[in-house]
Design a protein around this ligand. Structure first.
Ligand SMILES: CC(=O)N[C@H]1[C@@H](OP(=O)(O)O)O[C@H](CO)[C@@H](O)[C@@H]1O
Ligand SMILES: [Mg+2]
Length: 560
């Protein structure tokens, strides 16, 4: 096959931005496929997106399947952008192919043709002969973007990258990250859903309406169906409006805020989680103790619940958070109740359930899951791919990062016992419908919102109930410390112990030992040039003291 022609505007030297300026990238600059793909200032991205789309097209031909390209920088500032690739089943890209994408992106302009040829050589004979005989009719690159101004230009870079080898390109326009994952899966598994936005809305909303129909609120229920959503001024806003056309208002009454302002500015799930403050457009007086508020991030793959502390607290800004841990526990309680009923009826099946968390999970949630719910918990390193993989070991695997990214995955054994078993038995119907409300491919703010409301309604719970009937969060703090070179920090034990720099873990242990009920760790971020400190202790004051003393430990290394 003749070498493809690479357009100059998407080369390192000629990298041209969405405003038409040339923004050259030094030939030797090395870039990493981080926790969430490549993510930088938008100016840097055209050549990266072009090359990633080429890699996606090669993967699509190799597997004769649809592969996804999502253009988003999630909760980052509006001036950033990013790109990540999605595998055929809607999961994150396989780690081997992350490596290939990194090699192609890091090649110099001059070396690109040979890097491309080297990558093509990785394919097996079978794959090559299938490609040369033209048996790749299902190969597609499916590309979506968030609302960033740089998005359309990056979409054209993706189109050009996929065109190198004539792979079909499907531009699905402005969608949430989970919608793109769902659409990729739908292209590859047509029986799953129609691969369009409407197909996604219909599949999730019809399961929700059916589950609503068989869910009865218990006597004395304190559930209320009114929710106010902080859309982070992102893609969640327009797509949620469309989705809600499928949800009758007498089932759920959803009000949208932060729809058209500056993306992620003083709002969104990351802002609310880190600052523990009300997002803009929310007032403690209106959304105080009685309110039920929700925050999405910029690409709507995270969700958090929150409410104000109430007028009587005298604190008009702080929020009470119902984070990923509390959502995971709510799902676990609902699913466990159904699975216990199922086990009592069908004694020949044993379906396992586990909850996957990271070290950022509030210690009180982990203790509650293990000691009160008697459910297995697994702690894995940060990043959705680790959580997803560990969750797939269970028949029902619930995973959530404390920041609100999470979902539930179901095994093949679950499918044959539950989803494919026509049944009038209530627990089976509930499990089957719940699994269809959820977006198994990745954390999804819309799908999670529907599933959470259904669980709260089932238990008849108000926000007070959801807060008080489980556990109380222990005081915790996260501090970001900017560093020049985060690669000097090496961790082990699911990132909870530092191996390098030498001697640092001993100093952390000494500080932690000074406080009661304390726990802390330090790890380098995989997405920003910072080191993150996490600390818990018995009181808010002690947590702050511990966090500050650990900050000094990092600063002393930085200046050493
Ligand atoms: C503590 C924290 O919230 N870390 C986030 C953040 O990763 P870091 O590697 O910590 O920068 O971004 C990831 C991608 O969005 C997300 O998966 C993860 O949970
Ligand atoms: Mg996100």
């Amino acid at each position: 096959m003749a070498d493809p022609v690479f357009p100059h505007q998407f080369s390192r030297a000629g990298n041209t931005t969405h405003t038409g300026e040339v923004f050259s990238i030094p030939q030797e600059e090395q870039l990493a496929y981080g926790t969430a793909g490549f993510r930088f200032r938008a100016e840097k991205l055209p050549f990266i997106v072009f090359r990633c789309a080429y890699v996606a097209s090669l993967r699509a031909r190799q597997l004769d399947s649809a592969i996804g390209v999502m253009i988003t920088a999630s909760h980052n500032p509006a001036a950033d952008n990013g790109v990540k690739l999605v595998d055929p089943s809607g999961d994150m890209l396989s780690q081997q192919w992350e490596k290939y994408a990194t090699e192609i992106v890091n090649a110099t302009d001059e070396d690109l043709p040979s890097a491309v040829r080297a990558l093509e050589k990785q394919m097996s004979q079978v794959e090559k002969s299938r490609i040369s005989s033209g048996q790749t009719k299902n190969a597609r690159v499916v590309c979506g973007m968030d609302t960033r101004i740089s998005g359309p230009h990056l979409m054209s870079a993706a189109r050009a990258g996929s065109a190198l080898f004539n792979v079909q390109f499907v531009d699905v326009g402005i969608v949430t990250t989970p919608m793109l994952h769902y659409t990729v899966k739908s292209f590859n598994e047509p029986e799953f859903a129609e691969p369009t936005n409407q197909g996604y809305y219909r599949a999730i909303s019809s399961a929700f309406r059916e589950l609503y129909g068989i869910t009865q609120e218990p006597e004395g229920s304190r559930y209320q169906p009114h929710v106010i959503v902080d859309c982070a001024n992102g893609v969640g806003a327009p797509r949620l409006r469309e989705f809600l056309e499928h949800i009758p208002r007498d089932m759920l009454e959803i009000e949208l805020r932060n729809e058209r302002g500056e993306l992620n500015h003083d709002c969104g799930a990351d802002f609310v989680k880190i600052s523990q403050k009300m997002p803009t457009e929310f007032r403690n007086s209106e959304e105080g103790k009685e309110g039920k508020c929700v925050s999405f991030d910029g690409d709507a793959d995270r969700i958090l619940y929150f409410r104000g502390k109430g007028a009587e607290s005298g604190d008009s800004e702080s929020v009470e958070l119902f984070d990923g841990d509390r959502i995971a526990v709510l799902f676990a309680m609902y699913l466990k109740e159904q699975l216990d009923e199922f086990a009592a009826i069908k004694t020949n099946y044993r379906l396992t359930m586990g909850i996957i968390q990271t070290a950022y999970a509030n210690g009180a949630s982990t203790r509650f899951i293990r000691d009160s719910l008697k459910i297995e918990t697994v702690i894995v390193p940060t990043g959705v791919k680790h959580l997803h993989e560990a969750a797939s070991e269970f028949d029902v695997g619930i995973y959530f990062e404390a920041n609100g990214h999470g979902t539930v995955v179901f095994s093949e054994q679950f499918n044959s016992a539950i989803r494919r078993a026509p049944s009038s038995i209530m627990c089976i119907r509930r499990l089957a419908l719940f699994s269809r409300v959820i977006n198994e491919t990745v954390g999804d703010a819309f799908a999670d919102l529907m599933a959470i409301e259904m669980c709260l309604r089932h238990f008849g719970w108000s926000m007070d109930d959801w807060n008080q009937k489980l556990y109380s969060d222990v005081p915790n703090i996260q501090i970001k410390v900017p560093v020049d070179d985060r690669s000097i920090f090496k961790t082990t034990n699911a990132e909870q112990t530092l191996l390098k720099p030498d001697g640092i873990q001993k100093r952390i242990d000494e500080d932690v030992a000074k406080f009661k009920s304390s726990r802390a760790f330090i790890r380098p971020s995989g997405t920003e040039n910072i080191v993150r400190i996490y600390a818990e202790a018995d009181t808010v004051e002690n947590t702050l003291l511990l966090g500050k003393s650990l900050e000094q430990v990092v600063l002393s290394i930085r200046s050493a």
